[in-house]
Design a protein around this ligand. Structure first.
Ligand code: GLN
Length: 279
């Protein structure tokens, strides 16, 4: 007798436990992708059997997952904040810890009109989540990678308060912003953790010997692009918070605040522009 959907998920989950902390979820996501159905459908049909073609498609995906390809690249999609984002190997896969940046900005700033720029937007996860939550904000996003820009533009297609362009950090940017936000590359070039992230774009992950090259550059340029009382909010590595606070202090930023992620690790810093009306 052929295996049911729940049998298949159980059997193939076992083949992913060496590579994944969530083998069962991975199998469910790969199977819904092979079926082109949602997870709700899967749960309602757990006693069904699959046709041969679908099963073959599913097994192919599981085999790629066994070799380390991330689920989001296999399904082409990843949930972040309130939306699904199209992802490709041109973009970093949005991480749950990055939702901290969204929480901070939504808590601090209400619906009144404001301008935001997201540097190194990738899929557009940060910029698009903010634009979707705050229709009166005008959101701009940049990424150096043309493919990433296209993906982010697709992901933003239903929103009219966001524009996304190709560029290297602040190059070609004009005007000033109430908020500058970024999840820049911040892993040290020699970090062994990079091996497990080898399917993702290295230039979205690694940033010089200490992982601080891009953050240093952003801190040094940010005040030129911040409106009066504008804030800079950066995601960073768990062991970089104090180094970044020092950089911000040296650049005379004010009201420096430190944030931890859901796992309790230092993960973000926010600071206010050194400029004020009396300067
Ligand atoms: N948080 C990611 C990781 O360590 C890195 C993201 C980044 O470099 N911006 O997997």
């Amino acid at each position: 007798m052929s295996e049911t959907i729940s049998d298949l998920i159980e059997r193939y989950s076992g083949t992913l436990s060496h590579i994944s902390d969530t083998p069962q979820l991975d199998c469910q996501l790969l199977l819904t992708h092979a079926l082109t159905k949602g997870r709700d459908w899967l749960f309602a049909h757990s006693d069904d059997t699959l046709d041969g073609q679908t099963q073959t498609r599913f097994v192919e995906l599981v085999k790629r997952r066994q070799k380390g390809e991330p689920v989001a690249y296999l399904t082409g999609s990843k949930g972040f904040w309130n939306r699904e984002f199209q992802v490709t190997p041109a973009t970093l896969i949005p991480r749950p810890e990055t939702e901290l940046l969204i929480e901070i900005l939504l808590e601090r700033f209400d619906e009144s009109p404001r301008s935001v720029i997201d540097l190194g937007t990738g899929t557009g996860a940060i910029a698009i989540s903010l634009a979707a939550e705050r229709s009166a904000w005008q959101v701009h996003a940049v990424d150096i990678d043309e493919d990433a820009v296209r993906i982010a533009q697709n992901n933003a297609a239903d929103l009219d308060n966001i524009d996304i362009s190709q560029g290297n950090w602040f190059d070609g940017i004009e005007g000033s912003f109430d908020m500058i936000v970024s999840n820049p590359p911040y892993i040290a070039a020699g970090d062994s953790h990079l091996e497990s992230l080898r399917h993702e774009p290295l230039r979205a992950l690694a940033s010089g010997a200490e992982g601080l090259d891009d953050i240093r550059m952003i801190v040094s340029k940010a005040q030129e692009f911040l409106a009066e009382k504008g804030v800079l909010l950066l995601e960073h590595g768990y062991d970089q918070q104090e180094a970044i606070v020092t950089l911000l202090e040296e650049a005379n930023f004010k009201h420096i605040e430190r944030f931890k992620d859901l796992q309790g690790l230092p993960r973000a810093v926010m600071a206010q522009s050194p400029r004020d009306s009396t300067a």
